[in-house]
Design a protein around this ligand. Structure first.
Ligand SMILES: *[C@@H]1O[C@H](CO)[C@@H](O)[C@H](O)[C@H]1NC(C)=O
Ligand SMILES: *[C@@H]1O[C@H](CO)[C@@H](O)[C@H](O)[C@H]1NC(C)=O
Ligand SMILES: *[C@@H]1O[C@H](CO)[C@@H](O)[C@H](O)[C@H]1NC(C)=O
Ligand SMILES: *[C@@H]1O[C@H](CO)[C@@H](O)[C@H](O)[C@H]1NC(C)=O
Ligand SMILES: *[C@@H]1O[C@H](CO)[C@@H](O)[C@H](O)[C@H]1NC(C)=O
Ligand SMILES: *[C@@H]1O[C@H](CO)[C@@H](O)[C@H](O)[C@H]1NC(C)=O
Ligand SMILES: *[C@@H]1O[C@H](CO)[C@@H](O)[C@H](O)[C@H]1NC(C)=O
Ligand SMILES: *[C@@H]1O[C@H](CO)[C@@H](O)[C@H](O)[C@H]1NC(C)=O
Ligand SMILES: *[C@@H]1O[C@H](CO)[C@@H](O)[C@H](O)[C@H]1NC(C)=O
Ligand SMILES: *[C@@H]1O[C@H](CO)[C@@H](O)[C@H](O)[C@H]1NC(C)=O
Length: 569
């Protein structure tokens, strides 16, 4: 048995898109475009070649069509049992042999008309180990997810004696059995296979095969189709890009462009604006809609319409603006609502809070720097009111303790305690001091004096010097120290420490002094010990005055009239 098969390579020119199917149109109705038309057949298979001419004589009744081999004057025989013969306008090879490859001519002749066409037949062999030749395939396309159809082309001529089409068998990649997939259906009598729910796995080489019987001999006829699966183009439901049933805040009188954008898989959607159940240009004559359309990636299209509200009016806040479009039989709607901007209370609150916190910190900062000046200024300016409040049983504003000088000591604590201190605090500021060694009467018992006077004082000023070897405070007056200690503890009298120079080592100091230093700190004297006048408004004296009680009575000017005598020893 011999194999024959006729194939037409330039199939792309005879594919027609019907729905989602590529259908091969019978050859005689196409192929006219080619100058030398190419035909292919597998060696050993039969083929019947049609003349690629459609002319009026064909449609009219009377014409003679004659085949010639490559310019030969002798027509191809019409003997039915010749391997190559012409019959009913077709050129038959039963079967085709490799040497049949070459040029053939068909001549159409009617009474007053003649036409000639040349064809080029190629007889090919299968690729090694395959049931087809990779270069001799029909190309067909189906679309994923759709139902697709594979058609076994050009079988019309191969009818048996009873005019029946022989049974067609299918192979995929030269293997049978793929039809067991439930998605695939053999379309009887149509020489085709239906594929439902096409997937990319369906692409491949499909070979259809049938047996043609001619003059008692059987011949194979096969076609191979290369099936491509096209991804279904995104055919999404159109949807609003904007608006999305949202509100926007716009100021009265401001300019707003009202845009409505719809994305879809098709062109030609026409969205439109409505408000208050009428078109926007009826709602307001100045609202002129403008339609636009542009392409988006992935084959999508954007359809839009917009209009300007050049000055937002009060009535614009009263309604929702609806954008509609119609797709299929459905109407789609989305709206946008204009709102007047709310007073931004939160913003104010946050802003106010921040400035308040800042103000507080700033005030604290200023207060920390100028605390002393502020308090002193306050005491001065509010003196009359303070005077009334501050009444207690005390006689002295401060009790002054200082180490008595010895020879060979650098620090003139005597001068400080007996001259400078009274000069400033008493004479200039009007305080009343008790200075041991100035104000005690000779012969009085030191302990009892100290105890009594401390209790009568509002403050205790202790002058410290950094020379423990030279002298220590209250060195030989432990009773006095005790008294002072108890007074401090019991009466809560405030102690003001004044260092006449930096004291490196407090360890040698009594415990109570260390405690006070740690708790309240000390004020260091940086001035000299000359007896010139010292100003009460230096930093040092301001610190001291700050620690002193506010003055009880009298003003500075008054007090200047009552200077205390400085009884220096
Ligand atoms: C025809 O095809 C069948 C199956 O493909 C094969 O077995 C047989 O040998 C072929 N016949 C000829 C004459 O090539
Ligand atoms: C066709 O015939 C011409 C001469 O008649 C020859 O030269 C040429 O090679 C032939 N072509 C084919 C394809 O047989
Ligand atoms: C066709 O050929 C036949 C026989 O050769 C002849 O009688 C007839 O006139 C031809 N017809 C045309 C239209 O040439
Ligand atoms: C052939 O030509 C004659 C006149 O010359 C005309 O009447 C006739 O219609 C033509 N036939 C065809 C088929 O064109
Ligand atoms: C006929 O087709 C074969 C194969 O495609 C090609 O090699 C050859 O050149 C063609 N001949 C003509 C005359 O077009
Ligand atoms: C179809 O056959 C060709 C060889 O002609 C091969 O390269 C290709 O991989 C086959 N296609 C599939 C899907 O197997
Ligand atoms: C094709 O897909 C649809 C929906 O995905 C499904 O309902 C149907 O059963 C599938 N058909 C086949 C033959 O698999
Ligand atoms: C609507 O589409 C146009 C055109 O692509 C674009 O310029 C505009 O920003 C879009 N508007 C909105 C609100 O998405
Ligand atoms: C909207 O106003 C702008 C200028 O603000 C103008 O360019 C545009 O053409 C106007 N569009 C319509 C539809 O009136
Ligand atoms: C927007 O509002 C319209 C009409 O009120 C409604 O039909 C639509 O479903 C809404 N869309 C969304 C996304 O809520």
């Amino acid at each position: 048995m011999e194999k024959t098969s006729g194939l037409h390579q330039n199939m792309t020119s005879i594919f027609l898109l019907i729905g989602h199917l590529i259908v091969v149109i019978p050859l005689f109705s196409a192929a006219e475009g080619c100058i030398i038309c190419d035909y292919f057949v597998l060696v050993g298979e039969p083929t019947a070649i049609t003349c690629p001419i459609i002319t009026l004589p064909v449609l009219h009744s009377d014409y003679n069509l004659t085949w010639y081999k490559n310019g030969s004057a002798t027509p191809v025989t019409t003997e039915r049992d010749a391997r190559i013969h012409q019959r009913e306008g077709l050129l038959w090879f039963i079967p085709a042999m490799l040497e049949d490859s070459g040029i053939y001519e068909c001549n159409v002749r009617s009474l007053n008309h003649s036409n000639k066409k040349t064809i080029n037949l190629t007889v090919f062999k299968n690729d090694n180990g395959l049931c087809f030749n990779g270069r001799m395939k029909f190309e067909q396309k189906v679309t994923s997810t759709n139902t697709g159809k594979i058609i076994c082309p050009d079988l019309e001529q191969f009818k048996d004696e009873d005019n029946n089409q022989p049974e067609v068998h299918w192979y995929k990649e030269c293997k049978p059995g793929f039809l067991e997939d439930k998605r695939l259906l053999l379309a009887e009598g149509e020489n085709s296979v239906l594929i439902r729910n096409v997937t990319v796995q369906d692409r491949g080489n499909y070979t259809c095969h049938m047996v043609y019987t001619y003059m008692g001999k059987q011949y194979n006829v096969s076609r191979t189709i290369s099936l491509e699966v096209k991804e279904k183009p995104l055919q999404m439901q159109p949807e609003f890009i904007y608006p999305r049933n949202n509100t926007i805040e716009v100021e009265l009188g401001s300019h707003v462009v009202m845009e409505c954008n719809v994305s879809s898989g098709i062109n030609g959607l026409i969205p439109f604006w409505q408000v208050n159940d009428e078109d926007v240009d009826i709602f307001d004559k100045t609202y002129r809609e403008q339609f636009y359309e542009e392409g988006l990636p992935h084959g999508l299209a954007l359809s839009g319409t917009k209009f300007n509200i050049s000055k937002v009016k009060v009535k614009d806040y009263a309604h929702k603006f609806f954008c509609h479009f119609i797709y299929g039989s459905q109407e789609f709607t989305a709206y946008i609502k204009l709102e007047r901007p709310a007073q931004n209370i939160q913003g104010y609150l946050i802003g106010g809070g921040v400035s308040l916190v800042f103000l507080v910190f700033f005030t604290l900062f200023i207060y920390k720097i100028f605390k002393i000046d502020i308090v002193l200024w306050y005491r001065d300016s509010c003196h009359p009111f303070l005077g009334k409040k501050a009444s207690d049983e005390k006689i002295y504003d401060a009790y002054v303790l200082y180490p008595k000088n010895r020879e060979s000591c650098l620090y003139s604590s005597d001068i400080f305690a007996l001259k400078i201190l009274p000069e400033v605090l008493e004479r200039q500021c009007g305080y009343n001091l008790f200075i041991l060694g100035r104000d005690d009467l000779p012969g009085e018992a030191v302990i009892s004096v100290a105890d009594e006077k401390i209790r009568q004082s509002r403050r205790v000023i202790i002058v410290l010097v950094p020379e423990p070897s030279c002298y220590t405070i209250l060195e030989d007056e432990s009773e006095k120290q005790l008294a002072m200690h108890s007074a401090l503890i019991q009466d809560g009298i405030k102690v003001i420490l004044i260092e006449l120079d930096k004291i490196q080592d407090y360890a040698t100091m009594p415990e109570s002094i260390r405690y006070i230093k740690q708790k309240h700190g000390a004020i260091r004297w940086k001035g000299d010990f000359s007896e010139r006048s010292h100003s009460a408004s230096t930093r040092f004296w301001k610190k001291v005055r700050y620690q002193m009680p506010s003055r009880k009575s009298g003003s500075l000017s008054e007090l200047h009239l009552l200077p205390k005598d400085l009884n220096l020893p």
